[in-house]
Design a protein around this ligand. Structure first.
Ligand code: NAD
Length: 509
């Protein structure tokens, strides 16, 4: 292990179990075991020290073939034959194992993504466990319907049957690797599917840990597989594979569009959870303290690397100045530091390459005339580490990149409006439609705004709330299909309609 990583781990007393899990080459998890035959490797870089943590197998299409074959074998074999209540118990056992392993999982997320370990514990790990617990219960409740046919002659029996869609490919981004894996895994397993997961090549650790835990608690080999490697190799091979029945993709809009086209070549079922540029409307009737706090957590959680981050604020002119003042003092008081430091809120971005992209957006906001309220100036005056200060610009407009494009970093744009109609028109002007937030203490206003905003998730006087019972997904360029909530189950089930023509029931002579 590199010297700076070792002393970083010592400083924050990283448990030995975590060190031994990461301080080795990472392979794939296929057919119940970790295997690693890859000649090509990818360096995993720890975001705070920016040193090499370890190497990851850079898989090939033949690794995908192996994983898909194993998933198919499990689907028609032990997993497919397992009674639903037994499946339910196994999913709950995995959730219990994750609970027991929570400290390790939180460390893995903080080390892999660079995120604040306090958030990793309360959001990523706790959220993932809750998903498994919730969907475990659905395993035993996936019934079809018996219908009373209304247009058929004679005596009939008509009913529907719900069946698992088959082998699922789950492609995962790097910002919430464990939580988003759990979104896909929990519902897919509940529906009786088997899964081939492809984590981001930047953040594979928690998926590998989950695969090991699942094997330990008794999941049959092949039910959960993880194939590591580059997106355009492994992700592409999964999207094109004839043995995959359903592709559930979370990631950026451009990659999602390309993956979706490939998946349709083989008529796969498809869910696309893509990017966002979520608007936030603060009316003259808002509680400004509450709005400022929620807006700050809605944009600066995970250092802004959140798909539904509220990144465009529209403030009514009557409260605009007060709100900006509060946003500024709140942003400047957020503790900045290493992901493993329990006090940190703002931590390094996932990679130097991503930090450069975010800085490019900041430069263009300066160049296009947005007014810096706090955060990163232009030019050389910047911090020398992997962290970006929480940055707020005022006087933003829709012709600036900061109000049009997803930045995926700690950068907030603010503007003001005169009338609600103007605010809605501007909020709805983006191609994305993932989330929107409204701050107002006037109930009528909140209901009206929630109806008129174009977004899959609407937050009132809050931002970024998530619950396993609530479907999460977008509109427009943010994709289609849902993760979580009972609505997600349909994405992993096929419905068969069965018609039985019953012979005449008149008694024999
Ligand atoms: P990305 O699109 O670059 O990568 C996502 C996944 O796709 C990774 O596993 C990657 O390896 C894989 N991939 C890359 N190229 C591929 C290809 N050609 N074929 C198949 N797979 C490929 O996204 P990212 O940078 O990892 O994540 C950030 C993006 O994810 C942001 O746009 C964010 O908004 C979005 N996101 C959306 C949600 C949501 O629920 N809507 C949640 C989290 C993140």
């Amino acid at each position: 292990m590199e010297k700076n990583i070792a002393s970083y781990f010592d400083q924050f007393a990283v448990p030995a179990e975590v060190v031994s899990f990461v301080d080795r080459p990472i392979g794939h998890f296929i057919d119940g075991v970790e295997l690693d035959t890859a000649a090509d490797r990818i360096d995993l870089i720890e975001p705070f020290t920016r040193e090499r943590l370890t190497s990851l197998a850079s898989g090939t299409a033949s690794d995908v073939d192996l994983a898909v074959a194993s998933a198919r074998k499990a689907l028609v074999g032990p997993w497919g034959r397992m009674p639903p209540l037994e499946r339910q118990r196994l999913i709950l056992r995995l959730a219990e194992a994750m609970e027991a392993d929570a400290d390790v999982l939180a460390h893995l997320e903080a080390i892999d993504v660079g995120k604040a370990i306090s958030e990793a514990r309360t959001i990523d790990v706790a959220g993932a466990i809750a998903n498994l617990e919730y969907f475990a219960g659905w395993t035993s409740k996936l019934d079809g319907r018996t219908t009373n046919a209304v247009a058929l002659a004679g005596e009939t029996l008509t009913y529907t049957v719900k069946e698992p869609v088959g082998v699922v490919a789950a492609i995962i981004p790097w910002n919430f690797p464990l939580q988003i894996l759990s979104w896909k895994l929990a519902a897919a397993l509940a529906c009786g599917c088997t899964v081939v997961c492809k984590p981001s090549e930047q953040t594979p650790l928690s998926a590998m840990r989950i695969a090991h835990l699942a094997a330990k608690v008794g999941f049959p080999p092949g039910v959960i597989n993880v194939v590591n490697g580059l997106g355009h190799v492994i992700g592409q091979a999964l999207a094109a594979h004839r043995g995959i029945d359903k592709l559930s993709f979370t990631g950026s809009t451009p990659v999602g569009k390309a993956v979706g086209k490939t998946a349709l070549e083989t008529m796969k079922r498809l869910t696309l959870e893509l990017g966002g540029k979520s608007p936030v409307i603060v009316t003259g009737n808002a509680n400004i303290d509450n709005a400022a706090n929620a807006i700050l957590s809605g944009i600066f959680l995970n250092s802004g690397q959140v798909c539904d981050a509220g990144s465009r604020v529209y403030a009514h002119k009557s409260i605009h100045d007060e709100l900006v003042h509060k946003l500024r003092s709140g942003a400047e008081s957020l503790p900045i530091g290493a992901g493993l430091d329990p006090a940190s809120r703002i931590t390094p971005l996932v990679s130097s390459a991503h930090r450069t992209k975010v800085l490019d957006h900041i430069d263009s906001a300066h160049a296009e005339g947005a007014a810096l309220v706090t955060g990163e100036p232009t030019g050389s005056d910047r911090r020398g580490d992997g962290i970006l200060r929480p940055t707020i610009f005022d006087n933003c407009s829709e012709n600036m990149r900061i109000f049009r494009e997803e930045i995926f970093g700690p950068v907030l744009g603010v503007s003001h409006f005169d009338t609600i109609d103007q605010a809605i028109e501007r909020a709805n002007s983006a191609d994305f439609g993932l989330a929107a937030a409204v701050y107002s203490d006037n109930v009528d206003e909140t209901v009206q705004l929630s109806r008129r905003l174009k977004a899959g998730n609407i937050y009132i006087n809050a931002h970024g709330l998530l619950d396993p019972t609530m479907p999460f997904g977008g509109m427009g360029a943010s994709g289609f299909g849902k993760d979580m909530g009972p609505e997600q189950l349909d994405g992993f089930l096929s419905t068969k309609s069965v018609y039985v023509q019953v012979a005449s029931s008149s008694a024999p002579e």
